[in-house]
Ligand binder design. Structure first.
Ligand code: SF4
Ligand code: SF4
Length: 301
């Protein structure tokens, strides 16, 4: 019989590191374009699963030894391959028992209409600015769930001041998938405490000054994530040679919006990205490393 215990056992067996189940009622205040009930109207719950990203991938970047494997294994492989096989196996388990399983992987390069942010991990991100509902009582497609809040609702972790999820075992070194289902499963309580204490260590660590008063500027982040700071070991004197703001940019002092960021994307081409669509991380994710170290010091991990 399909129940929460079997779902959790199989999720771990199929490769997840953490799993929790959130009651659909906790989405009552969620905006329509992010509401799982607009994906599956008779949904009863959301199953959340997390995959750890190996610590050593971050350490290798921090020590400037290796960068590309973080992007390939820690980002792309988890989101593009491991997650998908995992989700399809879980869907088969649920649908063989007679229920629906709407599987949700990270929709990395799309933004819902009205969301002007970007995902620094992709070579570019597109807002579905022209999407319209097909009838007056319909929602604007595409429905894209809020993964961070869903992880909280599923009891897996808390949402930090800068919007990412911190989990008790892995801190920020984790990625998520979700399954919206009408299976009648016992649910977990949402994660109530906050692991983020607003210490601002992430803010201090960011070489691109992309976090201000706990708020992440995703366009500022996107430029420095892909190597605009002088600490990028692949940068040469040729980088932005004739740009009037070169010094401010490589020192992390320049302020970017979407237009300014996109205008130098073509110059931020230090390691291959075109084959996968993923931008190699050349800031070393120092924000997350600082956060992980802070949480470790506080014995929260
Ligand atoms: S480093 Fe501190 S402020 Fe930043 S996300 Fe982690 S706990 Fe929160
Ligand atoms: S350290 Fe890197 S990933 Fe973190 S906020 Fe700064 S640029 Fe973005």
């Amino acid at each position: 019989m399909l129940n929460a215990e079997l779902i959790k056992k199989k999720a771990i067996e199929y490769g997840a590191d953490i799993v929790g189940i959130g009651d659909i009622s906790y989405y009552k205040d969620t905006m329509a374009q992010r509401d799982p009930k607009n994906i599956l109207p008779d949904a009863t719950c959301v199953i959340g699963c997390g995959f750890r990203v190996p610590r050593a991938l971050y350490k290798a970047m921090e020590e400037k030894r290796q960068y590309f494997n973080y992007t390939q294994l820690g980002v792309k492989l988890i989101d593009e391959e491991m997650s998908e096989i995992f989700l399809l196996k879980m869907a088969a388990l649920i649908e063989n028992a007679g229920y629906d399983a709407c599987v949700q992987r990270n929709v990395s390069n799309l933004r819902i209409k009205g969301d002007k942010t970007t995902n620094p991990e992709l070579i570019d991100t597109y807002e579905l600015a022209l999407a319209e509902p097909v009838a007056p009582n319909k929602v604007v497609p595409e429905i894209i769930m809020d993964f961070a809040d869903s992880a909280r609702i599923c009891g897996l972790g808390s949402v930090s001041c800068k919007g990412n999820v911190l989990v008790p075992k892995f801190g920020p070194f984790v990625r998520f998938v979700f399954i919206v289902t009408n299976a009648p499963l016992a649910t977990d309580k949402p994660f109530e405490k906050s692991l983020c204490d607003n210490c601002k260590e992430c803010e201090k660590a960011c070489i691109g000054n992309a976090i201000t008063n706990g708020e992440l500027n995703s366009w500022q982040c996107a430029v420095y994530y892909r190597g605009a700071h002088k600490s990028n070991p692949f940068m040469t004197d040729e980088f932005l040679k004739n740009h009037p703001d070169r010094e401010a940019i490589i020192n992390g002092e320049y302020r970017f919006d979407s237009e300014k960021a996109r205008s130098i994307y073509k110059d931020l081409d230090f390691l291959p990205s075109k084959a996968t669509g993923y931008a190699p991380c050349l800031c070393g994710k120092l924000c997350d490393i600082a956060c992980y170290n802070h949480l470790k010091e506080k014995n929260l991990l």
